[in-house]
Design a protein around this ligand. Structure first.
Ligand code: G3P
Ligand code: CA
Length: 354
């Protein structure tokens, strides 16, 4: 009997606490600093193998504002899109990414682990991701994460590649074709020393006194433009969104795949959400009426899947690749130089999606 009462008291207390949290949260409804953005996390990675052309194609079809790329350097210093430091989970190979050359990675199957129909999925060099989706849509934007600085080489190569491609200076945190993100504040600091790329600082738990101060004050060092807490950090501290906004910082949160959580976070006024399910987030933002317009996103409704002439052509961090320039309107880019199409005779990458 005692145990039964105790149980019911605990349940009631939890219920009351959750209502109190909800009420507090409801009082914190805020307005985003700009249109609320839909970021395809590793592409539409709920439906296709992450960081492959299949997943990026699908994300574009689901009408995202931005595509995410987690970056690593290969042994021959080519920037590629992959989340883990090894290829074990997402390919039929094994070993550290940094120990493979690009050519060696191209020989691996990055799709079968997700589903046999994706067995033709290949590694995607970052430059091919850029050129492919800018070719489909020059308004597409990219949220790019340095996963491993490699003693500063990742930032150096990245800025060199983006400078060669004319993509360094295309706008601010709300318009730039490229936004940089990292859990490592020193990586963002290096980026800002080398360029004016907008930056977002990723965090989950408050693991340092410095971070505690940034979150408490809603402000941080000059090299951080946006703050990017995971969704749990916002659920635990909903007023943090207002504090960051009060200091002019956008808030980009991750990784949110359920509609109720999306609705709650959108109501709090977050500026962008990373999701594996861009279709669900598109509906949530559209229902709220707080996103970009289809014209501002620019995604073609009938694009031909795949990256013909682009997939397979990068051989080093010198390309080959296209050259772009900021569009006169201040949104998106225009291609000013097209690289020669690749010789795809030995390349078995995807010609189209699933
Ligand atoms: O970049 C946002 C989010 O992706 C951070 O976590 O581990 O998925 O890269 P992770
Ligand atoms: Ca990431």
């Amino acid at each position: 009997m005692y145990q039964c009462n105790l149980y019911s008291n605990v349940v009631s207390a939890l219920l009351l606490a959750s209502i109190a949290v909800s009420s507090t949260a409801l009082a914190q409804i805020d307005t985003a600093l700009g249109p609320q953005l839909n970021i395809g996390h590793r592409g539409a990675s709920a439906y296709a193998p992450e960081h492959t052309f299949y997943a990026y194609d699908l994300a574009m079809e689901m009408d995202v504002d931005m595509l995410e790329c987690d970056l690593f350097l290969t042994k021959d210093e080519v920037l590629i899109c992959i989340h883990d430091s090894t290829v074990d989970r997402t390919s039929d190979g094994s070993g550290r990414v940094q120990d493979f050359t690009l050519d060696e990675l191209r020989a691996l199957d990055f799709g079968s682990w997700f589903g046999i129909k994706f067995s033709s999925a290949k590694i995607v060099p970052f430059e091919e991701q850029l050129d492919c989706y800018l070719d489909h849509n020059p308004l597409m934007r990219f949220h790019v994460e340095t996963k491993d600085s490699a003693q500063g080489r990742a930032e150096a190569v990245l800025v060199e590649v983006l400078a060669r491609k004319g993509l360094l200076d295309t706008g601010d945190i709300q318009t730039s074709t490229i936004v940089m993100q990292s859990f490592d504040a020193s990586s963002l600091k290096r980026i800002k020393q080398l360029s004016e790329l907008p930056t977002a600082f990723l965090f989950a738990r408050r693991t340092s006194f410095e971070l505690l101060q940034w979150v408490a004050s809603g402000n941080g060092p000059d090299y951080i433009d946006a703050f990017a807490p995971n969704s749990a950090a916002i659920f635990n501290d909903p007023t943090s969104v207002q504090r960051f906004h009060a200091n002019g910082h956008d808030v980009h949160t991750w990784t949110v795949n359920e509609r109720t959580q999306m609705d709650y976070l959108l109501a709090l006024g977050v500026d962008a959400i990373f999701t594996n399910n861009p279709d669900i987030l598109r509906a949530a933002i559209d229902d709220k009426g707080s996103g970009t317009s289809p014209e501002q996103r620019g995604n073609p409704s009938d694009f031909k899947r795949g990256c013909q002439g682009i997939a397979g052509r990068v051989v080093s961090n010198k390309g080959p690749g296209d050259v772009w320039a900021r569009h006169d309107s201040g949104r998106g880019v225009v291609r000013v130089e097209k690289a020669a199409a690749s010789d795809l005779t030995n390349y078995s990458g995807p010609r189209g999606g699933d």
